[in-house]
Design a binder for this molecule. Structure first.
Ligand code: HEC
Ligand code: HEC
Ligand code: HEC
Ligand code: HEC
Ligand code: HEC
Length: 189
């Protein structure tokens, strides 16, 4: 199984590189977890923060305005409240008060306490590979929705070629698999 673990690492790195092509914004953040040398953006004010394709308010200020104008857009509560310091070191915005997943567990329930087996990227603390820590146009702050999220790291050909996955038309990966964890390595719902 050593070999398969190596293959998975490669698959994940490929996935991350793919993520990096979605937008320069997301890419830089994800790459940061792999290569400490990638410089952080030096923006220090909300006005400079990318908005995931949502046009910035022309006055250049106020989250509330954006939230109000775009009720379908999801804003992570602490970001919307301007509580940047709950995650970022105030002296150096590019550094976090704690690495993930601990950063997220400051406020959220520890997923390791909920599941006996954790999905690889959850165990590894790559929460922000799937969730945008600030805002997203998608439910649950997801960067990508549906099966495409899974296929960013898992090779479609290999997954769909598995006899376990015959005749899945009309089903979502998450109908059977939990994105965070489960009772065993197959992380069933
Ligand atoms: C819930 C935790 C959290 C909060 C609250 C938060 N951030 Fe972030 N922020 C992150 C994480 C994690 C990253 C690392 C990039 C990633 O993984 O997407 C990041 C990255 C950034 C970056 C680098 C560019 C980028 O987006 O990758 C900037 C600039 C930034 N945050 C600004 C802010 C500002 C300004 C606020 C307050 C309005 C804020 N953040 C609130 C977690 C948070
Ligand atoms: C300072 C507290 C705090 C931190 C740190 C924090 N969150 Fe949250 N998060 C909240 C609150 C408050 C909510 C809204 C209430 C809820 O749904 O639990 C929320 C909601 C969410 C949601 C659900 C959003 C929705 O639309 O239903 C996700 C996903 C999420 N957070 C992911 C993360 C991730 C990933 C991290 C770490 C990068 C993180 N959070 C760190 C406070 C926090
Ligand atoms: C492989 C992608 C992936 C990773 C990695 C991931 N999540 Fe999620 N997360 C999801 C998906 C998909 C959902 C939506 C599940 C649903 O709607 O049933 C979700 C939902 C959530 C929610 C909302 C739960 C709710 O019931 O509303 C929170 C909070 C959350 N994740 C936190 C985290 C934290 C903290 C981490 C890292 C320790 C993490 N996630 C890592 C994919 C992921
Ligand atoms: C950020 C990359 C990433 C994303 C996105 C992702 N996965 Fe994974 N997945 C992994 C890694 C890493 C492993 C662990 C592989 C290992 O340890 O052998 C894994 C393992 C699994 C396994 C267990 C397979 C095994 O043989 O151990 C299943 C099932 C799975 N993922 C389903 C999903 C589903 C469903 C989604 C979409 C909701 C998803 N994954 C999204 C990276 C990812
Ligand atoms: C109908 C339920 C079901 C659905 C839907 C489903 N799976 Fe699976 N998946 C399984 C079963 C069953 C296994 C095999 C478990 C075993 O071998 O004991 C499995 C195994 C896996 C594995 C590990 C073995 C492999 O093929 O590499 C991965 C990764 C995986 N699924 C990802 C996905 C992804 C991604 C999707 C969405 C395209 C998906 N699954 C949809 C039931 C499902």
């Amino acid at each position: 199984m050593k070999l398969s673990a190596n293959i998975w690492s490669a698959v994940v790195v490929v996935g991350m590189v793919l993520f990096s092509q979605c937008s320069p914004y997301a890419g830089k953040s994800v790459l940061h977890f792999f290569f400490d040398g990638v410089p952080e953006n030096d923006s220090t004010s909300l006005a400079n923060v990318e908005t995931n394709g949502i046009p910035d308010d022309s006055t250049g200020n106020s989250n509330e305005t954006l939230a109000f104008a775009e009720p379908e857009g999801k804003i992570h509560y602490p970001f919307g409240e301007g509580e940047c310091a709950s995650c970022h070191n105030e002296q150096a915005l590019g550094t976090m008060v704690e690495p993930q997943p601990g950063l997220c567990y400051i406020c959220h329930e520890d997923l390791a306490e909920q599941y006996s087996y954790l999905h690889g990227p959850v165990a590894g603390g790559y929460c922000s590979a799937c969730h945008d820590p600030h805002r997203s146009a998608n439910e649950k702050l997801l960067r990508i929705t549906g099966d495409a999220l899974c296929f960013h790291c898992h090779e479609a050909e290999s997954v769909l070629g598995n006899e376990m996955h015959e005749g899945l038309e009309g089903m979502l990966c998450t109908d059977c698999h939990n994105p965070h964890g489960g009772e065993d390595k197959y992380i069933f719902q």
